[in-house]
Design a protein around this ligand. Structure first.
Ligand code: C5P
Ligand code: MG
Length: 183
């Protein structure tokens, strides 16, 4: 029965590797989200891009909701906990941390677990400012941080319809594929 299932999966998914006995699926999906309060005097950093804005995220780190949600999605995808376990916000060492470091760690953990990020879809909810003009820049920056092509980063913006005017939120789904050469 297992041999038959392996055969079908191998036919359908060229990257399927039955050696991944911890997870026989040929892919894994991760979901993550993050939100921060907005306040004057803080910068608004989204996907590593500093956005011209009157208010920015109040946070222990740089408050980049895109990179935090993406890092959580990666860790969730390989069932490796969440970023708070790796970078506790009670630890002064992580104050004003560049979130690219958090993402790098989450990508490393994903690889150590035998998976690689193939594609991601992210949604940012923010009333002001309008982010549409920055879509290509933010997507390209996130793609570069992840080693993906810009076309593998889907980026949507939503307002909260003024239901949550004082916060910025990101939600991210990732698709993970087994690393071909993972032992
Ligand atoms: O209000 P609603 O969420 O329906 O608005 C969606 C439209 O506004 C989308 O085209 C989206 O790209 C754009 N938008 C934006 N910047 C935001 C929020 C939404 O460009 N901060
Ligand atoms: Mg709408």
């Amino acid at each position: 029965m297992q041999r038959q299932a392996d055969g079908i999966l191998r036919q359908r998914h060229s990257r399927y590797n039955p050696a991944h006995d911890s997870c026989p699926l040929p892919y894994r999906i991760g979901y993550g989200e993050d939100a921060h309060r907005l306040s004057a005097g803080r910068s608004l950093v989204l996907g590593g891009v500093t956005v011209p804005a009157e208010r920015g995220a109040v946070a222990h780190s740089d408050g980049d909701v895109i990179l935090h949600a993406l890092s959580d999605a990666l860790l969730a995808g390989v069932a490796a906990g969440d970023i708070g376990q790796y970078f506790p916000d009670t630890d002064a060492a992580w104050k004003d941390l560049d979130s690219a470091q958090i993402l790098t760690r989450a990508l490393d953990v994903t690889r150590e677990r035998g998976y690689t990020l193939a594609q991601l879809s992210l949604v940012v909810t923010l009333d002001q400012p309008r982010l549409g003009p920055l879509r290509a820049e933010i997507a390209a920056h996130v793609a570069a941080l992840c080693g993906l092509a810009p076309g593998e980063v889907g980026l949507s913006f939503k307002t909260s319809e003024r239901l949550a005017p004082d916060h910025v939120q990101a939600r991210v789904t990732v698709l993970l594929l087994p690393e071909a050469d993972h032992e």
